[in-house]
Design a protein around this ligand. Structure first.
Ligand code: P5A
Length: 437
């Protein structure tokens, strides 16, 4: 892609309404545009990053055997009346009427809808366990939408639902999802802390939040520092190993604000290991057993032919929130550097161009074509402006690697730079190898 052709409305001014780095940067680099309070359009640059995050989330869900599907955004109020949550959900739920006057709503979450799908077809324990997920827009009429995509009204969520015969079996599904979450956040270059949490309006009595450390986060973290160093490689995708993982993790203290008030932090964690900080909740998982299946009559035959309510859990990742969270975690000293796995481009070519010298631009186009052939996603900055402005701009766009074509380039050797480090002169073949590794 040539930068001059890309729809990326960069603004020089710091947007006044944006209080935190990620919000400022997303507006300045034209990743998003607010359409009304808490509701955003995703422009090409922001959309590309979000889609890459979504794909990693999807791959890690598929890796534990979860099956992707798609439920609608608009739901009927009937099922919410059955579960008893229609009145409880309050003003956060956007209620709509269709032309027949039927009460509908824009889904804030999908426990009821998936239970309705499930009860219509599954009747026997033989079809269990099941793990189903979708990645779909949600709407919550947040009282104070803020921080850009972090807390908005309309947001993109991966929500998964597990169905099991017994609490014991359900615990295995919970562990799988727990593992998948840690792997997902690792691939996104994040250190997410699993913290024992309260369940709120989703319900149940077992829940974990996955929180990344950030000054600007809305969640408080009380944890033992050792929680950050969990090595996932020691665990495998089988019930024994995953149950060991849960056991190991549960021994290290890490809880949310509400839980902290109910436990004795000082007694659990040595002074030198205590970490009290703030973070952003990027995922939240729940086990609520038959909270929905019972009132909604979602019954299955157990091994003795007796009817029993299916045992359920739900598991959410804030896909759109993650875009902001990843910026918060990677933006230092006015330079944004995307993790390789989700960068909007693999590399940017920055030729020094002037009105009477187009030679560098021609060289840049040649390199561009070569890299494209290797399936490397390249951005070429063909805009006619001085190099210092270009570098400032690319410090914000955050593509992690740059090929600079100016006085230092010679034949097939070019100046190659990784953001936040020194540049070096490298042969194009070596550059290709680096980009593909
Ligand atoms: C779990 C999946 C649920 O809704 N039901 C289905 C459960 N959990 S949750 O914690 O309420 O939300 C899951 C994740 O969605 C993100 N999120 C938000 N992102 C942006 N703006 C919001 N207003 C918002 N609310 C929730 C969070 O990442 C949360 O962990």
């Amino acid at each position: 892609m040539f930068l001059s052709k890309l729809f990326i409305p960069i603004s020089k001014d710091l947007p006044a309404e944006a209080k935190i780095k990620s919000h400022q940067l997303m507006l300045r680099t034209g990743m998003i545009k607010q359409s009304s309070a808490g509701i955003y359009s995703w422009l090409p640059l922001g959309f590309k990053v979000m889609k890459k995050i979504e794909q990693i989330v999807r791959e890690e869900q598929n890796a534990i055997g979860a099956q992707e599907m798609l439920m609608p955004t608009i739901q009927s109020s009937e099922i919410w009346k059955e579960s008893g949550r229609y009145d409880d959900y309050g003003e956060e739920m956007l209620r709509i009427k269709d032309r027949q006057g039927r009460e509908m709503l824009y889904g804030p979450t999908n426990e009821e809808l998936i239970t309705d799908v499930f009860r219509a077809s599954v009747k026997s324990y033989k079809s269990l366990p099941q793990l189903l997920y979708h990645i779909q827009w949600k709407f919550r009429d947040e009282i104070r939408p803020r921080f850009g995509v972090m807390r908005c009204k309309e947001f993109y969520m991966k929500d998964a639902y597990s169905f099991d015969l017994s609490d014991e079996e359900a615990n295995k599904s919970y562990n799988k999802m727990f593992f998948s979450y840690l792997k997902t956040f690792n691939r996104l270059g994040l250190k997410a802390i699993p913290m024992a949490a309260d369940t709120g309006p989703i319900g149940g009595d077992l829940s974990h939040e996955f929180v990344i450390i950030a000054e600007t986060g809305e969640s408080k973290i009380y944890a033992d520092k050792n929680i950050i160093d969990i090595d996932l490689n020691q665990y495998e995708l089988n019930d024994g190993s995953l149950s060991k993982m849960r056991e190991d993790i549960s021994k290290i203290y890490a809880v949310t604000d509400e839980k902290y008030k109910k436990t004795d932090f000082d007694n659990h964690v040595k002074k030198e290991n205590q970490m009290i900080t703030k973070g952003i909740e990027v995922g939240h998982i729940f086990y609520f057993s038959d909270k929905y299946s019972k009132p909604m009559n979602c019954l299955i035959d157990d091994k003795d032919g007796k009817k029993t309510s299916v045992k359920m859990g739900s598991y959410g990742i804030g896909v759109s929130r993650l875009v902001g969270a990843i910026i918060e975690a990677n933006y230092t000293k006015d330079i944004m550097k995307w993790p390789k796995s989700i960068s909007p481009f693999d590399v940017v070519i920055i030729p020094s161009i002037s009105k009477n010298n187009k030679e560098n631009l021609e060289k840049a186009e040649k390199v561009y074509k070569k890299l494209k052939k290797q399936n490397i996603d390249v951005l070429l900055d063909d805009v006619d402006e001085n190099m210092s402005n270009k570098f400032k701009k690319h410090d914000l766009i955050g593509v992690p690697y740059q090929i600079i074509i100016g006085s230092k380039s010679d034949g097939d050797n070019f100046e190659f730079k990784e953001l936040n480090s020194q540049s070096e002169i490298l042969n194009l073949d070596k550059i290709q190898l680096k980009l593909k590794s």
